[in-house]
Write a protein that binds this ligand. Structure first.
Ligand SMILES: [Mn+2]
Length: 321
């Protein structure tokens, strides 16, 4: 990095002239927009909008994911100096117009209206022909986001990396929000094509997975992440894909900062290989959820989540390069 860069490139979240380009700003200073993208509600000429959903009122166990988007943004400031490793030089920050669209604003005490607010928030992005990558927030946020995406793209292939399938029956989807039932309701509402959907990294028991293929964590360990990615590419085929990455898909050793940790999960290295080897899928949107900074140690969970989000940008851009 040139010395003059560190002097002139300050607060790129506000001062960036174009929407593309790497960022050579001190990682420890300034306004940490996601990957130092412009922080704006202007979607003109934008390819992908990053948005935060600081919501944690639907967790079964430990809360704290309302603090996730900020932590992921700060962790992301370690990355935008170079193209991401392992993508043959492909550089989404240089090739794609990406903005930080900020967080969804909502009344924390009115959880009843929250799902519709979130759905409308995502629909505004999609209506501008911009893709949305969301930073959670607990996993209940994926349901309204899926509703917005399915309204645009039709039923989606879902790739869900998670310790949990989140297909536990939801007895009252009109009034309840629950981070363990979003996938159940998504299936019942026809938002996802179960024949083209897959759960990866699972290590909790579920009686009926509604026809969605489970590739549990043991299979990832035994067969290897690259072989699993090959299987997942076969399952999703050419369908429009939504990828939801629950950070508890990683082992608690790699992602302690989460509300419902389960041992035996993926390493961050396995996740990196898995995501890279999905290249070529028709990704239309995605999220990384369940980062709970109060339980994080050394910020490592947020670092992992920021890398996952970068990989989602790579996956979105790769077929369009
Ligand atoms: Mn989970």
């Amino acid at each position: 990095m040139a010395l003059e860069d560190s002097k002139t490139q300050v607060d790129l979240a506000l001062t960036r002239e174009g929407l593309k380009g790497l960022a050579h700003e001190n990682a420890f200073g300034g306004i940490p927009s996601f990957l130092r993208r412009r922080y704006t509600k202007d979607l003109t000429g934008v390819d992908v909008a990053i948005t935060g959903v600081p919501f944690d009122q639907a967790v079964t166990n430990r809360s704290g994911t309302r603090l996730g988007p900020r932590a992921i943004r700060e962790a992301s400031s370690l990355q935008p100096f170079d193209p991401p490793y392992g993508w043959d030089g492909y550089s989404p920050l240089e090739e794609l117009a990406i903005v930080d669209y900020g967080d969804l604003a909502f009344d924390y005490a009115q959880t009843g209206s929250f799902p519709e607010l979130l759905q409308a928030h995502i629909e505004r992005i999609l209506a501008a022909d911009v893709a949305a990558i969301s930073l959670g927030g607990d996993h209940s946020i994926t349901l309204p986001i899926l509703r917005a995406h399915a309204a645009k793209h039709g039923p989606l292939a879902l790739i869900q990396v998670d310790a949990h399938t989140d297909t536990w029956p939801e007895f009252d989807p009109k009034t309840r929000i629950d981070h363990g039932t979003f996938c159940y309701t998504a299936v019942k509402e026809g938002l996802i094509d179960v024949a083209r959907s897959v759960h990866v990294g699972i290590r909790t028991v579920v009686e009926d997975n509604l026809g969605i293929e489970i590739i549990d964590a043991r299979q990832v360990h035994e067969r290897g992440p690259s072989a699993i990615a090959e299987r997942v590419r076969t399952v999703v085929g050419e369908a429009p894909v939504y990828l939801s990455f629950d950070i508890d898909g990683l082992d608690p050793a790699f992602a302690p900062g989460t509300g419902t940790p389960v041992w035996g999960g993926l390493s961050s290295g396995q996740a990196a290989i898995f995501l890279r080897d999905l290249a070529g899928i028709n990704l239309v949107g995605g999220d990384v959820v369940e980062v709970s900074p109060p339980f994080d140690t050394g910020g490592i969970t947020a670092v992992a989540a920021a890398h996952v989000a970068m990989e989602l940008l790579c996956l979105w851009g790769w077929p369009r390069r």
